[in-house]
Design a protein around this ligand. Structure first.
Ligand code: ZN
Ligand code: ZN
Ligand code: ZN
Length: 311
C-alpha cells in the first residue's frame, strides 16, 4: 500500500476510534460524577483537537502558494494552535470548577463498578489504537502518526490513574483522592495549553527562531563566496515548514550582475541545506560603495526618508 494511503487510513481510524473511547469516558463521568473521570474525558477532547489540528495543518502545509496567498498557507497554523490552546484552557477551568464544587458540596461518587469497567475499556481501546498508529508512523517515518500514537498511549496512563483512584476509593472510601487526581490531570493539560499558546504567540510575532538563526549565521560567516565582501541585515521568520529569509550581500563595485547572481545562488543553496525547514531566500545584492556603514536591522526604507538614505 502506498505510504500516504496507509498513514491516512491509520489517522482516520484513530479519529473515529478516539471518538468512541471518548464517549466511553464521558459515560463514565456521567454515571459516577467523579471529577477525575471528567478530567480524563477532557484530556481526550484535547487529544481529538490535537489530531484534527495536526491533520488540518498538514493538509494546509502541502497546499502551495496561490494567487490569493503569495506566502503559502502555513501561518494559519498559529491561529489553529492558538484556538486549540484556548479550548484546552476552558477544559482545564471546567475541571477546576467541578473539583471545587464537589469539595464545597461534598464529594459523592456513585456507580463506581460500572465507571471502572467503562474506563478500563477506554484504556484498552486506546492501548491497541496507540500501538497500531505508532507502528504505522514508525514504519513510514511519519511524524504526525508517531506523535498521534504517542499521545493516544499517554491517554492510557491518565485513564489508568483515574481507575486506580476509583479502586482506592472503593476499598478505602478516601474520596479526596478523586480531587487530587483530577487536579493533577488539569495541571497537565493546562501546561499543554500553555505550550500551544506560547507557540502561537511566538509565531504570530515572528519571534526569532534560534536554531535557524545560528545555522544561517554560521553559513554566512564561514562559507561566504570569495567575491563577496560581507553581509548584513539578515532577517528571517519560520512558519510551518518554511523559513523566509532576506539579507544584503555586498560585492565589489565592478562585479557584473551575472557573476554576483551566480555566487548568490550558490550561497542560497548552502543556506537551504543548513536548515531543517524548507526556505525561501531573497538576497539584496549591493556594491561596496553603497555601504560606508552597514545599517541596523530595524532601519528599513520608510516614506519620510530620502532615496540616498537607504541602501
Ligand atoms: Zn545593505
Ligand atoms: Zn535569482
Ligand atoms: Zn541596498
Amino acid at each position: 500500500m502506498a505510504t500516504f494511503d496507509e498513514v491516512k487510513r491509520a489517522l482516520l481510524i484513530s479519529l473515529f476510534v478516539s471518538l468512541f473511547s471518548l464517549s466511553l469516558k464521558i459515560a463514565a463521568f456521567v454515571i459516577t460524577d467523579s471529577t477525575a473521570a471528567l478530567s480524563d474525558a477532557a484530556e481526550s477532547v484535547v487529544h481529538l483537537f490535537a489530531v484534527l489540528f495536526v491533520v488540518y495543518g498538514y493538509y494546509l502545509s502541502i497546499k502551495p502558494a496561490d494567487e490569493d496567498h503569495h506566502y503559502g498557507h502555513e501561518r494559519v497554523e498559529f491561529l489553529s494552535v492558538g484556538a486549540e490552546g484556548a479550548i484546552i484552557i476552558v477544559a482545564g477551568l471546567s475541571i477546576l470548577y467541578h473539583a471545587f464544587e464537589s469539595m464545597i458540596t461534598g464529594i459523592e461518587i456513585v456507580n463506581m463498578g460500572a465507571g471502572i469497567i467503562l474506563l478500563v475499556a477506554a484504556a484498552l481501546i486506546n492501548l491497541v489504537l496507540g500501538s497500531y498508529v505508532l507502528r504505522i508512523g514508525r514504519k513510514h517515518d511519519n511524524m504526525i502518526a508517531v506523535s498521534n500514537g504517542k499521545h493516544t498511549l499517554t491517554d492510557v496512563w491518565t485513564s489508568g490513574g483515574v481507575v486506580i483512584a476509583l479502586v482506592i476509593i472503593h476499598f478505602t472510601g478516601w474520596l479526596f483522592i478523586d480531587v487530587i487526581v483530577s487536579l493533577l490531570i488539569a495541571g497537565y493539560i493546562m501546561y499543554e495549553a500553555y505550550k500551544l499558546l506560547s507557540f502561537s504567540v511566538k509565531g504570530l510575532m515572528d519571534t526569532r527562531n534560534p536554531s535557524a538563526d545560528s545555522a544561517l549565521t554560521r553559513v554566512l560567516n564561514e562559507q561566504l563566496p570569495d567575491k563577496a565582501n560581507g553581509w548584513h541585515h539578515l532577517r528571517h521568520r519560520t512558519s510551518g515548514n518554511t523559513t523566509w529569509i532576506e539579507f544584503h550581500l555586498v560585492f565589489d563595485d565592478e562585479i557584473n550582475l551575472k557573476d554576483a547572481h551566480d555566487e548568490a545562488t550558490i550561497l542560497e543553496r548552502k543556506l537551504i541545506d543548513s536548515l531543517k525547514t524548507d526556505a525561501i531566500i531573497t538576497i539584496h545584492l549591493e556594491p561596496d560603495e553603497a555601504h560606508d556603514e552597514s545599517h541596523t536591522i530595524l532601519k528599513g526604507a520608510n516614506k519620510k526618508k530620502d532615496l540616498d538614505e537607504f541602501a
